[in-house]
Design a protein around this ligand. Sequence first.
Ligand SMILES: Nc1ncnc2c1ncn2[C@@H]1O[C@H](COP(=O)(O)OP(=O)(O)O)[C@@H](O)[C@H]1O
Ligand SMILES: [Mg+2]
Length: 339
Amino acid sequence: MTDARPAEPMIRLDGVRKEYADGTVAVEHLDLEVREHELMVLVGPSGCGKSTTLRMVNRLVEPSGGRVVVQGEDVTTTDPVALRRRIGYVIQHVGLFPHRTVAQNVGTVPALLGWDASRTRDRTAELLDLVGLDHRTYAKRYPHQLSGGEQQRVGVARALAADPPVLLMDEPFGAVDPAGRRHLQAEFWKIQRELGTTVMLVTHDIDEAVRLGDRIAVLSRGGRLEQVADAVTLLARPATDMVRDFVGTGRAVRLLGIGELDAADLEPLGRAAGGDDVAPDLAPVDSLTLHGRLDDAFAALAASGGRPVPVLDSDGAPAGQLTTEGLLGALRRITGAAA
Ligand SMILES: Nc1ncnc2c1ncn2[C@@H]1O[C@H](COP(=O)(O)OP(=O)(O)O)[C@@H](O)[C@H]1O
Ligand SMILES: [Mg+2]
C-alpha cells in the first residue's frame, strides 16, 4: 500500500501546557507525536514534567492549554472513563488490588468492558504466560505472595489485557532491582514488538531509554523538548548542551552497544591494510555478522589481537572483513564525524 500522506500519529500533543493550581508550570508548551506501533520514551531529570505529560494523555491530569489527540480524537472531548479503558497505564508501584487474585487483577478491564467469563479467563491466562508467569501457578495468588518483579509483570499483563492500542508507562521498572530490570526490559521489548502496541514510556534512566526506545524525547525542566531522535542519533549527535550532559560520559559505550556494523565498514576479504591474513595463527575467532552490534565487533577484534575478523552476511556468506580502522570508521559514521 502506498499512501502519499504521512499517517496520522497515534498520539499528538499540540502545544500542551500544564499549570497546577499552586501556579507550578510543569509543562510550558510541548509539541510531540507518537507514531502507530512506536515505543516512544520520554526521558529527563526528576521534576521536568514527564509524568504530567503522560497523565495528560489519559486525562488523569487535565491540560491547561493545547490539545492532546489520540487516534485522531481530541481527548478533552472524550469521556475519561472510556478513554482509560482504551489506554493501558502502568506505574512504578503497580497499584494491584491487594484483595483480588492475580487473575482478577488482570481481568479488571475486560470485566468492565463486559467480556464473558470464559473469554476473560482465556485472555488472562494468555497474558500471564506472555509476561512470563505460568498462569497455572500464578492466577490464584494474591499480590502480597509475589516478588516486586512478579507484581510488575502482573501490572503489565493487566494493562495489556483488553489489548489497548495505546499503553502509557511511568517508570514501570523503577521498583525492580537492576538485574531484574534489564530482564523485564528485554521481555517487555519483545512483547511490544509482538503486539505492536503504541507505547509512551517515561523514565529518568538514559540507559533504559536507549535500550527500549524506537525514538527518545529528552525533556528538560518545564517539559521543554530538547531533542527527539532514535538512540544512535541522540547519543552520537546530541542537539543541545543539556542533552549532551544528560546523556553523559557513558556515551561511547552505549553507542557501541547499539550501533550496527554496516557493509561500508568492511574491507574485501584478505586485502586488509598491511596485507595480514584473517587472524591466521590465533584461536579461531567467531565471525561477525553484518548488522551485528558494534560491541560484539569490538570484542571480536580484541580477541583477534587486532587482526581482521571475517564478517558474514545474513545468509552466512562472506561479506568482507573488519579491521580496527573499519571499526573506527563505523563509529565516525554513526557520530557523523567526517572521516
Ligand atoms: N499536583 C501537583 N501540584 C503542583 N505541582 C505539581 C503537581 N504534580 C507535579 N507537580 C510539579 O510539577 C513539576 C513536574 O512534575 P512531574 O511531571 O511529576 O515530573 P517528573 O515526572 O518529570 O519527575 C514538578 O515541579 C512537580 O513538583
Ligand atoms: Mg514522574
